[in-house]
Design a protein around this ligand. Structure first.
Ligand code: ADP
Ligand code: MG
Length: 578
């Protein structure tokens, strides 16, 4: 045999009989039904990215790890299985860590998989390339963190990561894979046997019958009951059971922002447009997958009014109970099981809530909707937020299966109220932290995971945090239409430098910046619009074409308010020194 022939034969044998860390990671993910990786390639995971694609996985390559991480997190929310983010060591890992912490805070299952440097050198702090004790740093910021040192443990490591991410309260998991692991070789059949398919990764958690009865007794005693649906309810994918509970009970419901659409916002029992009234005046509140955190004023204070309240709370996490106020009827279990048990327990007949309450809610709601209507129909130029959002509201009404991604300050707070959502898991936004920068990562994963058109409504400041991913959107040809609400700055675009110096105010951006040209630079479509009518036409055209599009919507720079709707959280100095 020639030398070349010998080399070829050895290679073939190697392929047949041997496997290595790279292959085992890919095989373990695939075995568990994970088919997509959100990544930024580099040392030591470059070949892993290539090989995963070669093995038929979808590898979406980003420009910054934070965006890849946000994509993985929202993929987890949409699919009820962990989204995977893959990064390089130290700086890449740290960039992904923000997304991991955000996923954990929001109860989204994701796994941040990062390559890392040589353990022996890292632990002796001898100055390796990208040296960092990543496992220790990740631990306090996620639900669980694991490191795999030997190829034969890859299967169990990935199994543990998957189970930790999705069981109980979902969250982020960190998986540390040192560079040396990937080329470790094993016999192929032993490797195959070392893999673990996770059986029943998120087991049902059935509530205790006594807890179900207690909850129904409290609900029955109510004169002014309210159901609050949170994003845990959207995540649970128990849409039919939730609808049955709401409709059978006749109780008005209030969706938190990412729970909009479990039942349509236009449902007769939806109290979204009477939010202040129902929070203030209700006497019994059933929380389904929603926490009494800052987004609900911690269940107390002015927002919740004088009327004494009793809370029923459905949550998979027992420690969530009594976190802010006493919970009269805690119902611990998964939402599907808990809600079904409640519906069963209600029997054939269930008394409707007192008519004076449901009528009061409907009257208030109709009043508020009527008051808002003319503001949404204004066709002013420059546009104000309401005019622009009125146009987008119609777009979403006509395209109920599109996914809306939304971030910003005024752009977020006003869109949440104005744009009705008609189907579950169609609104993705800043979540529990109210964080900026999730926009493009969420939009990309929403398009990749669902194949549905995506409309991303972005404040100009919010867009800036992940704007470079427009290249990613164009590269993969994703059906994403981004609308940038361009008011030249943060909150508003009219601040000036108080010294009269030449630096601009820290609150403003380049005036009339052409964000639309960013999209054109990468082969997508860019449009600049100045009226709600133009905006509506441009979005329709973009969504019909399915082509990556950025619409630069010129908003009156004086139209916004400081910090949007949460100005109360923004301390302001009363002392202004000259
Ligand atoms: P929102 O911000 O929309 O109010 P939160 O994120 O505050 O929602 O609350 C979501 C809650 O849902 C969390 O407390 C979480 O433990 C819970 N949760 C998530 N998934 C499930 C599930 N499958 N079953 C029960 N509870 C769940
Ligand atoms: Mg702005």
């Amino acid at each position: 045999m020639t030398d070349a022939a010998v080399a070829k034969k050895t290679e073939v044998n190697a392929e047949q009989d041997l496997t290595d860390g790279f292959h085992l990671v890919i095989d373990a993910l695939k075995l568990n039904g994970i088919d997509t990786i959100y990544a930024v390639p580099g040392i030591p995971i470059t070949d892993l990215c290539r090989m995963a694609q070669g093995a038929g996985m979808r590898v979406i390559s980003f420009r910054h790890e934070q965006n890849a991480g946000n994509a993985a997190a929202i993929a987890g929310f949409l699919n009820k299985k962990p989204g995977i983010c893959l990064t390089v060591s130290a700086p890449g890992f740290l960039n992904g860590l923000t997304a991991l912490a955000n996923a954990t805070t929001n109860c989204f299952p994701m796994i941040l998989v990062s390559g890392s440097s040589e353990r022996e050198i890292v632990d002796l702090q001898q100055g390796d390339y990208e040296e960092m004790d990543q496992l220790a740093i990740a631990k306090p910021l996620c639900k669980a963190a694991f490191r795999v040192l030997h190829a034969q443990d890859i299967g169990i490591g990935i199994a543990r990561a998957i189970r930790a991410a999705v069981s109980g309260r979902p969250g982020g998991v960190y998986l540390d894979l040192p560079a040396k692991l990937f080329p470790q070789v094993m016999e192929a059949d032993k490797g195959a046997k070392s893999l673990v398919k996770v059986i029943d990764p998120a087991p049902a958690q059935i509530p205790a019958p006594a807890a179900v009865k207690r909850a129904l007794d409290v609900l029955k005693s109510a004169k002014r009951p309210l159901i609050i649906l949170g994003k845990g309810a959207a995540y649970a994918q128990a849409d039919d059971a939730i609808r049955a509970l709401v409709e059978k009970s006749g109780v008005p419901f209030l969706p938190m922002s990412m729970a909009k659409g479990i039942l349509p916002d236009t449902h007769p029992q939806c109290a979204g447009a009477a939010r202040s009234t129902v929070l203030k005046d209700s006497d019994v509140v059933m929380l389904i997958g929603a926490r009494l955190n800052w987004l609900l004023s911690h269940g107390k204070g002015k927002t919740w009014g004088e009327a004494p309240k009793k809370f029923i709370q459905i949550d998979i996490e027992p420690k969530e109970m009594d976190s802010n106020v006493e919970i009269a009827a805690p119902l611990v279990g998964d939402i599907g099981s808990c809600v079904s048990a409640l519906v069963d327990g209600m029997g054939g007949q269930w008394p409707a809530p007192p008519a004076d309450w449901t009528k009061a809610v409907t009257t208030k709601k109709d009043e508020n909707i009527a008051k808002m209507a003319p503001r949404l129909m204004n066709n002013k130029s420059p546009m104000d937020f309401h005019g622009a959002l009125g146009a987008l509201r119609t777009v979403v009404k006509e395209r109920p299966d599109a996914i809306l991604v939304n971030e910003g300050a005024n752009t977020l707070d006003l869109a949440r109220g104005v744009i009705d959502i008609y189907q579950p898991r169609k609104r993705l936004d800043v979540g529990t932290w109210g964080v900026m920068g999730v926009g493009m990562g969420y939009a990309i994963a929403a398009a990749v995971e669902t194949g549905k058109p995506v409309l991303a409504v972005e404040g100009d400041s919010a867009f800036g945090f992940s704007g470079m991913e427009v290249e990613t959107i164009c590269r993969y040809g994703l059906p994403i239409c981004i609308v940038v609400f361009n008011n030249n700055g943060i909150y508003r675009g009219v601040d000036t430098n108080p010294t009269g110096g030449s630096d601009p105010s820290p609150m403003v951006f380049v005036r009339d910046a052409r964000y639309d040209q960013m999209m054109e630079a990468f082969g997508g479509a860019g449009v600049r619009v100045t009226t709600p009518d133009e905006l509506k036409r441009a979005v329709d055209q973009a969504m019909d074409s399915g082509k990556p599009t950025l619409i630069n919507a010129a908003i009156d720079p004086a139209a916004g308010t400081e910090s949007g709707r949460i100005g109360n959280l923004n301390p302001q100095s009363v002392v202004r020194k000259k």
